[in-house]
Ligand binder design. Structure first.
Ligand code: DAH
Length: 341
């Protein structure tokens, strides 16, 4: 019976040496060391032996189990390393294959136009000046010469907040006040791009949220002719060198005189079509000479300083440029629309 034990030890060792992958190892373990394995059963058989042999047999059986367990751990480690190496070899990366192209977003069409606009003004010496989207009533209206009960307020339907006097800016014009107060009495040439908000019924032509680019130039001897020349230069850079530009008298409380700027319709070239409603002209901006009251509110002496201002909407300009018929596309987040730019 001691010989049986030694034979078992020999057989188990030989079989272990032949177990060269994890499946064979697993089978070996259950055949020898598992709950019904040969070594386990041999250990259990101690009870059936004559009393005198039990101690010696048990001791040897335990030694054999410990030795096999150790050998098993070693073999398992070898097999694991071997299998890993094989796996790495077979799964090696082919560095000559072309890479996967990562999914890339694009620049939103309104942002694209906004950057184009900013670039043209930059060339003419206008710096970008960023101001807040949440404004107070004072800066959005009062300081721009729009008193509380003035009917001109109807031009801007406003989002109010729960804090009295705190609103979402309805236009970028309040940025004029911030810029003037920052730089007065130095001359200014800035554009103020950014988001505006209006409490309006959404339609193909009206959104509650949109960008504007405000412009402001202040100095000594700035005249209406400077305004007209500068805006015309912008329009030609933006829409084409031969494009005709016209100025129509208009009204804004913060400019005097005030005008609206039209360019010859891009689509029909002035003949009249559905985009320009048959007029041959497209409106691109409001503008005017900064009102003396606004200059004063910004910290400039209107008897010495003068200036011009303008405001345009990148979404509207994008619509004109690409013949987009519905402003709601800009916020619909439909990739079929966005992919085209
Ligand atoms: N703030 C005006 C609006 O939102 C646009 C505008 C008109 C801005 C004339 C100006 C300007 O600076 O001079 O309708």
């Amino acid at each position: 019976m001691f010989e049986d034990l030694e034979r078992l030890y020999q057989a188990a060792s030989a079989a272990l040496a032949e177990s060269k992958d994890s499946a064979a190892l697993e089978a070996w373990e259950s055949a020898y060391l598992g709950r019904k394995g040969a070594v386990t059963l041999a250990l259990r058989a101690v009870g059936n032996l004559p009393k005198a042999d039990r101690a010696a047999y048990g001791k040897r059986a335990n030694e054999i189990r410990d030795a096999l367990e150790q050998a098993y751990a070693q073999q398992a480690e070898l097999v694991r390393a071997h299998e890993l190496a094989r796996q790495l070899e077979s799964g090696a990366i082919d560095v000559t294959l072309p890479g996967l192209r990562p999914l890339q977003g694009g620049i939103h069409p309104a942002t694209r136009t906004l950057r184009e606009i900013a670039e043209i003004w930059r060339e003419m010496g206008f710096q970008i000046f960023r101001t807040r989207e949440v404004e107070d009533d004072q800066t959005n209206f009062e300081l721009l010469n729009i008193p509380e009960h003035h009917p001109a307020r109807d031009m801007w339907d406003t989002f109010h907040t729960t804090r009295p006097g705190v609103i979402l800016r309805t236009h970028t014009s309040p940025g004029q006040i911030h810029a003037m107060r920052r730089y007065a009495p130095k001359p200014i040439r800035v554009i103020l791009p950014g988001m505006c908000f209006r409490y309006e019924q959404i339609s193909a032509r009206k959104e509650i949220q949109f960008n504007q680019v405000e412009g402001l130039a202040i100095g000594e001897n700035i005249r209406l002719s400077d305004l007209k020349g500068t805006i015309t230069a912008f329009a030609r850079r933006m829409f084409g060198a031969d494009r005709r530009v016209r100025f129509r008298g208009s009204y804004f409380p913060f400019t005097e005189p005030s005008m609206e700027v039209d360019v010859e319709c891009i689509l029909c070239g002035g003949k009249g079509c559905s985009v320009c409603s048959g007029t041959g002209w497209l409106e691109i901006a409001g503008c005017g000479m900064v009102h003396p009251t606004v200059l004063r509110n910004g910290g400039y002496d209107p008897s010495r300083f003068s200036g011009f201002a303008f405001g345009m909407g990148p979404e509207r300009i994008t619509m004109l440029k690409y013949g987009i018929t519905d402003i709601r596309y800009f916020w619909a987040n439909d990739v079929r629309f966005l992919n085209q730019f």
